[in-house]
Design a protein around this ligand. Structure first.
Ligand code: SAM
Length: 250
């Protein structure tokens, strides 16, 4: 499909950010997250689509719980990381290189997950609806779609224009954030500083409040949408760190 390039099409971004986004601790977290997620959805060993699976954190943890897993992602570099990690752990997973707006496999899955803020990337908000509709079609009746993002309510509470962190190897990451389009988008500049060299990456995504995400999912046909403040099933309240939305295909 012939589309204009957007920030997430820059493989260099994912390569450079890999050590910050996917630390060993982030991989370890996935094991608990997946146990919680399975208990929250009430599914024991579903056929799962891990949409925007990245380096396979969740896919591998799911496969280790006996699920049949398909991991979809548009970044070859990350899928290669996923494949080699799966090989190391003996996990048998199907990896598919595809854009989330395109991938569809009618009524093939009991559960679709979109983890660690992988939803809302597109300039055109209708593209988010396209993703919801592809997911809907890929689920079997009774199947569940679960989205994990940082909600707008949380961001409004903790928003800082600039933050900075350092990796063990001394690389510094400076993050600059701006709220745009009437609180519907966040625009970010991430600057990586190594020694006396600095490199900037710009990216932006849509901000959803709990209600806005719920409305979108309902528009796509999902029912019984439940919002939680974490995969532990806690209510979505003022202290929630994450926004989890789970809805059913009737
Ligand atoms: C923040 S990472 C999350 C990875 C994974 N879900 C996890 O929990 O570790 C976002 C992922 O979305 C993928 N991605 C970005 N845009 C995409 C698109 N249009 N279609 C498919 N995958 C996309 C990136 O390659 C990256 O792996």
């Amino acid at each position: 499909m012939n589309r204009g390039k957007q920030w997430f099409d820059d493989d260099k971004f994912w390569e450079e950010m890999y050590p910050f986004m996917f630390s060993p601790a982030k991989f370890s977290e996935a094991v608990t997250e997946i146990d919680q997620l399975l208990s929250l959805t009430g599914l024991s060993s579903p056929d799962v689509l891990d949409l925007c699976c990245g380096p396979g954190r969740c896919s591998i943890a799911l496969a280790q719980r006996g699920c049949r897993v398909t991991g979809v992602d548009r970044t070859k570099f990350l899928l290669e990381k996923a494949q080699s990690r799966a090989d190391e752990t003996g996990a048998d997973i199907e990896w598919v290189l595809a854009d989330m707006r395109d991938f569809v496999r009618p009524e093939a899955f009991d559960l679709v997950i979109s983890m660690f803020t992988s939803f809302g990337y597109f300039d055109d908000k209708q593209d988010d609806m396209k993703v919801l509709s592809r997911v809907y079609d890929s689920l079997r009746p009774g199947g569940i779609f679960l989205i994990d993002i940082m909600g707008k309510e949380r961001l409004a509470r903790v928003f800082q224009h600039t933050t900075s962190s350092r990796l063990e190897d001394g690389t510094r990451l400076v993050q600059i954030h701006d709220i745009a389009d009437d609180w519907t988008r966040i625009c970010n500049e991430w600057i990586l500083i190594r020694g006396n060299r600095a490199k900037s990456f710009f990216f932006q995504h849509t901000l959803y409040s709990g209600q806005e995400l719920k409305d979108r999912m309902e528009q796509a046909g999902f029912t019984g949408i439940k919002l939680c403040g974490g995969l532990d099933g806690s209510p979505y309240g003022p202290d929630s760190i994450r926004l989890i939305a789970a809805g059913k295909k009737p």
